[in-house]
Design a binder for this molecule. Structure first.
Ligand SMILES: C=C(O[C@H]1C=CC=C(C(=O)O)[C@@H]1O)C(=O)O
Length: 447
């Protein structure tokens, strides 16, 4: 059996791409076939599972977006893709960024540090990529070196045979939770929220999104692939993602929040902030929706996000249009949501927009630098890639990045889940604590 582990791109070497249409049972089964490093990306338009690496790009610190952009452009100049491949089947770089670019302690071990294999920026050009697009399902392989063409073709034949022959894997049951640990606990959370409100009252900040980590020990090893499949049922319409670096923990989630999509000069983004629970009955659900729509606190929290995104896009667009505010209903919560579309003033790379928009005040706060500093001071854990931009980019600089909320990082029988809530001056710590419980539910219910 051929491993998906590819060969790392060496400076200047051309990278050959081969592709063909295939038929296979399901993306989930394909994801089971790949060893780490592997990626899963399930989106409303194109979904992808991928394995192996032909190139890895990494960066650290505050310049991580710019370095990645430069390195991605240089890499794609060497990638030779046949014109016959449809857009969704062309090679893509998949990966993500850490929430902050602040120096992190690299000496921590896997036992206490699930983010050990997650640099500040980490992207992979997969050796094998399977894409489900509006033009059907496609297999794409990449390879390097003098015999790259032959290697990419052989890889294509071997993986086409394997993928078309795979059985539909049975889904296992959730492993069961042995114990849970909350960071912070309720008293610590109350102190944190009071401290944020105090900073707001003093005029230091306007809003801070404070998060909590929930570490769970499981009875058995978790199948993240199964969880991802189940999240598709409980969280339809969300972006589901899975990143599994070699030897590392698996970061996964089902997020309702798209940070940005760029196609040509059209930018799509959104504000998603302000939450309330779901009702037991239709009437109760409608009543809660109306409460959310007229809540000053939630509308204020949401306005801050809309205004900030607008301002951040203003200097790089010819026009920005804000759609109407709607309510996005998910299985356990409903949110205020406003779509925002802009037309760029010229050709730009998706990472330029990612850098501009991250962190939106839906996951960071306002002003961004003060809020990020407060988050680091007040939260007693490393956010790692939680609430960060994760997604893909292609040779044209197009791409889609989502905000990695409703997410968790898992290794064997240990899982750490994350959830945050926007704190403004009239937030109530206990109500925000209850909101976090609702945000943990989709993943926690699958454990
Ligand atoms: C930060 C999270 O949610 C954000 C997105 C939607 C609603 C939010 C809120 O109402 O607080 C948060 O801003 C999270 O789920 O971890």
């Amino acid at each position: 059996m051929e491993s998906t582990r590819g060969d790392e791109v060496a400076a200047g070497e051309p990278c050959v791409v081969q592709g063909c249409a295939i038929e296979m049972p399901s993306l989930r089964s394909a994801l089971e076939l790949f060893d780490a490093p592997r990626t899963g990306w399930v989106a409303p338009t194109t979904s992808v599972v991928a394995g192996g690496t032909t190139a890895t790009l990494t960066a650290t610190g505050a310049c991580r977006f710019e370095k990645l952009r430069t390195d991605a452009r240089a890499l794609f100049r060497r990638v030779d893709t046949p014109d016959t491949l449809p857009d969704g089947a062309r090679p893509r770089l998949f990966g993500g960024f850490s929430f902050t670019g602040t120096e992190r302690d690299t000496n921590r071990t896997m036992e206490n540090e699930p983010w050990a294999a997650y640099p500040d920026a980490h992207f992979v050009l997969p050796a094998v990529q399977v894409s489900v697009t509006s033009d059907g399902t496609w297999l794409t392989t990449t390879a390097l070196g003098a015999d790259a063409k032959m290697k990419a073709s052989e890889r294509l034949t071997r993986w086409r045979d394997r993928l078309t022959a795979i059985p539909e894997f049975d889904r296992g049951n959730p492993p069961g939770v042995q114990s849970q640990q909350h960071t912070p606990t309720l008293p610590g959370w109350r102190d944190g929220v009071e401290s944020v409100i105090d900073r707001i009252d003093r005029g230091a900040v306007k809003k801070i999104v404070l998060a909590k980590a929930l570490s769970a020990r499981l009875d058995r090893e978790l199948s993240v692939v199964d969880v991802l499949a189940r999240l598709g049922e409980s969280y339809p319409g969300c972006y589901r993602f899975l990143f599994e670096p070699a030897g590392g923990a698996t970061f996964f989630g089902a997020t309702p929040e798209r940070l940005v999509s760029l196609r040509g000069r059209t930018v799509d983004t959104e504000a998603l902030a302000g939450s309330i629970g779901r009702g037991e009955t239709d009437d109760e659900d409608d009543w809660l929706e109306q409460e959310l729509r007229k809540s000053d606190k939630n509308n204020h929290e949401h306005d801050l996000v809309v205004d900030t995104i607008h301002r951040q896009l203003d200097s790089v667009t010819d026009s920005v249009e804000t759609g109407s505010r709607t309510v996005r209903k998910l299985s356990t919560v409903q949110h205020l949501q406003t779509p925002i579309r802009g037309t760029l003033d010229g050709d730009r790379h998706v990472l330029e927009l990612v850098e501009r928009l991250h962190p939106t005040p839906a996951v960071g706060g306002l002003p961004p630098v003060g809020a990020t500093r407060a988050i680091e001071e007040l939260e007693g854990f490393d956010r790692g890639w939680y609430a960060s931009p994760v997604g893909w980019m292609d040779a044209d600089g197009n791409g889609t990045f989502v905000v990695a909320i409703r997410s968790a990082v898992a290794k064997a029988t240990e899982v750490r889940l994350f959830a945050g809530a926007g704190i403004v001056s009239d937030s109530n710590p206990d109500e925000e604590w209850d909101e976090l419980r609702l945000k943990f539910r989709p993943i926690l219910d699958e454990l």
